[in-house]
Design a protein around this ligand. Structure first.
Ligand SMILES: Cc1ncc(C[n+]2csc(CCOP(=O)(O)OP(=O)(O)O)c2C)c(N)n1
Length: 603
């Protein structure tokens, strides 16, 4: 196993700032890095004290620019006028399987100009002075991101492989390597030989870097003297610490409170957190009214040169790079990767938001966020068939199963508003990505007065138990289906059946609990279990066990009011009760219960 893998990973070897691999992700990560820089600079710099001030450089190839994600990201960066973003495009006209004449003949310069970028062509990538001059020109451009189109030759110097796609992935081979070295007039035929003047040139970076760091520290000391409060906050955010009072305003609801959707609870939770966590910033893909993820009054992250406060759709507050709401636009792919870039930069705690179905458009970024251990929060609302009228195109089915399979990603589907607050509290403390799955429809506030367990942070807990002895059956639910399990438990009492209800907002968190806790929630001896989740049953058999029943969704949804769709696909207390009764051999009662359900569904 090698830490210097073909596609290097963040955190394994020094100097790797983001993990890419799927082409185009890195391009969009760069936009996130530049967003973080712009935001931190706007929040913390003071006249005469520029403590945040860096360019973001990236290199990209034809493959990156063919991918749609890079165009979303380029369009976003152009709109945001991220002038300190500088990309060098390795334009060698060759990709993995051929020349770009077969599949990529657009005028990249013009398309990027259309995206609002400054461009410059360097006709010979070996002309280092020309490249340097292009970079200086890009640095001087403060209003537009820059794309420097650098003409290069893949396999440069190789007599038989230069400008050929075989140079992309195949090793040159001993013979061709020697021929290349000869053709280039290389000073030695020794393997891994580096010319001394090149080594010397690159080593300059070491003292130069040390000197720059030294200068920055002096700058920061002066800043700290002049602005102690800002400096303290800056030190806290870059070291990824929460302020002591971060949780004081988190809302809490009582079982008798008016039911609300978990998306609404999420909006309240994040606004309460944002009051005290100054670097919680992010936005949605043109869905603020639906995802409820606006940070009210906390400003719009925008260039002051573009439009202004009062623009339709502005969240409100200041309109500048210090704004904490980012309008990602309908660009889910780029949003996911930009949020990862923001997290990789550090200093900010970023979030994204869209409908759960569109996690499909963000999946590669979410996977890379998990692979890179990035502290990002991906919020998804409209989490099941329960969203109703939009119908099957918008109703997630298999998404939970797929996302739960991503190692290192914590997926939380809270059951009610209080669980949603706990999920948010977990997310801001988690040093890895967290994915929140929230309802569009209102859900009741669960009565947790009987529960002695700590809730969401442990992944699953006993919400309501039997009055004495051990349960006949365990009903396990997530999200909006936990309320259903609670209703079923009450009805089962009428059949003399003792049921425990387990709320299981996060499989992965539950899996990391100690064996004794897991046993206390799901005792191995209780094999009659019904799991209820309005999503694909994939994976649930693990929790249901050999003698359990899994109630899930094995088809695309349907368009109707949410409660009707849920009832139509079997998400009624009667259906859960019937499933439990069958497990206990009470088939006649189950049949009766089914009939009452049929009546209900057709009523
Ligand atoms: C999303 C994605 N699709 C496919 C690949 C496989 N792949 C790796 S490199 C490459 C071509 C890249 O071409 P280019 O950027 O021009 O690189 P060059 O050939 O110049 O090195 C492909 C298709 C990938 N890494 N990511």
């Amino acid at each position: 196993m090698s830490i210097a893998a073909g596609h290097p990973e963040r955190g394994l070897a020094p100097g790797v700032e983001v993990t890419t691999g799927p082409l185009g992700q890195g391009f969009a990560n760069g936009v996130g890095l530049a967003i973080s820089e712009a935001w931190l600079a706007a929040r913390y710099n003071r006249p005469g004290h520029k403590i945040v001030d860096h360019y973001t450089y990236a290199m990209c190839g034809d493959g990156d620019l063919m991918e749609g994600i890079s165009r979303e990201a380029a369009s976003l960066a152009g709109h945001l006028r991220l002038g300190k973003l500088i990309y060098l495009y390795d334009q060698n006209h060759i990709s993995l399987a051929g020349a770009t004449e077969v599949d990529f003949t657009e005028d990249v310069k013009k398309t990027f100009e259309g995206h609002g970028w400054h461009t410059r062509v360097v006709s010979d990538g070996n002309d280092t002075e020309e490249v340097a001059s292009a970079i200086h020109e890009a640095q001087a451009e403060s209003q537009r991101p820059s794309l420097i189109l650098v003409r290069t030759h893949i396999g440069y110097g190789s007599p038989h492989k230069q400008d050929n796609f075989t140079a992309h992935g195949d090793p040159l081979g001993e013979e061709e390597l020697l021929a290349t070295k000869k053709a280039l007039g290389w000073p030695s035929m020794e393997k891994f030989y580096l010319p001394e003047d090149s080594v010397e040139y690159f080593r300059h970076a070491v003292p130069h870097g040390a000197q720059m760091e030294d200068e920055w520290r002096k700058k920061f000391d002066a800043y700290k003297q002049a602005f102690p409060n800002e400096a303290a906050e800056f030190e806290r955010v870059v070291s990824d610490q929460l302020p002591e009072n971060w949780a004081v305003d988190l809302p809490k609801w009582n079982p008798t409170d008016k039911p609300i959707a978990t998306r609404a609870a999420g909006g309240e939770a994040m606004n309460a957190l944002a009051k005290h966590i100054p670097n919680l910033i992010g936005g949605s893909a043109d869905l603020n009214p639906s995802t409820r993820t606006a940070l009210k009054g906390l400003g719009d992250f925008q260039s002051p040169e573009v439009s202004g406060p009062g623009t339709l759709g502005a969240v409100g507050g200041e309109w500048s790079y210090a704004g904490r709401n980012i309008a990602f636009g309908v660009r889910e792919h780029a949003m996911g990767a930009a949020v990862n870039g923001m997290a990789a930069h550090g200093g900010v705690l970023p979030f994204s938001a869209t409908f759960f179905m569109f996690s499909d458009y963000m999946k590669p970024a979410i996977r890379l966020g998990a692979l890179s251990h990035l502290k990002a929060i991906y919020i998804f609302t409209h989490d099941s068939i329960g969203l109703g009228e939009d119908g099957p195109t918008h109703q997630p089915v298999e998404h939970l199963a797929g996302l739960r399979g991503i190692p290192g990603l914590t997926v939380i589907r809270p059951a009610d508003p209080n669980e949603t607050v706990e999920a948010w509290a977990f997310a801001v403390q988690n040093n890895a990505p967290t994915l929140l799955v929230l309802t569009r429809q209102v859900v009741a506030h669960l009565d947790r007065s009987q529960s002695k367990d700590p809730g969401v942070a442990r992944g699953a807990y006993v919400l309501a138990d039997v009055d004495g002895g051990s349960p006949d059956v365990i009903l396990i639910g997530t999200g909006s289906e936990v309320g259903l399990c609670a209703l079923a438990r009450e009805k089962l009492k009428g059949f003399g059946v003792k049921a425990r209800v387990v709320s299981m907002p996060s499989w992965s968190l539950f899996e990391t609990q100690d064996a004794a806790y897991r046993e206390s929630v799901l005792p191995r001896s209780i094999k009659k279990r019904v799991t209820v989740e309005a999503a694909s049953p994939i994976g649930w058999h693990r929790w249901a066990g050999d003698e359990g029943t899994v109630i899930g969704v094995e088809r695309f949804g349907a368009s109707a009011p949410g409660q009707d769709v849920l009832a139509h696909l079997g998400f009624t207390p009667e259906h859960v009760v019937a499933a439990a009764l069958r497990l206990l051999g009470k088939n006649n009662e189950a049949d009766l219960e089914y009939r009452s359900e049929a009546k209900l569904a057709t009523a």
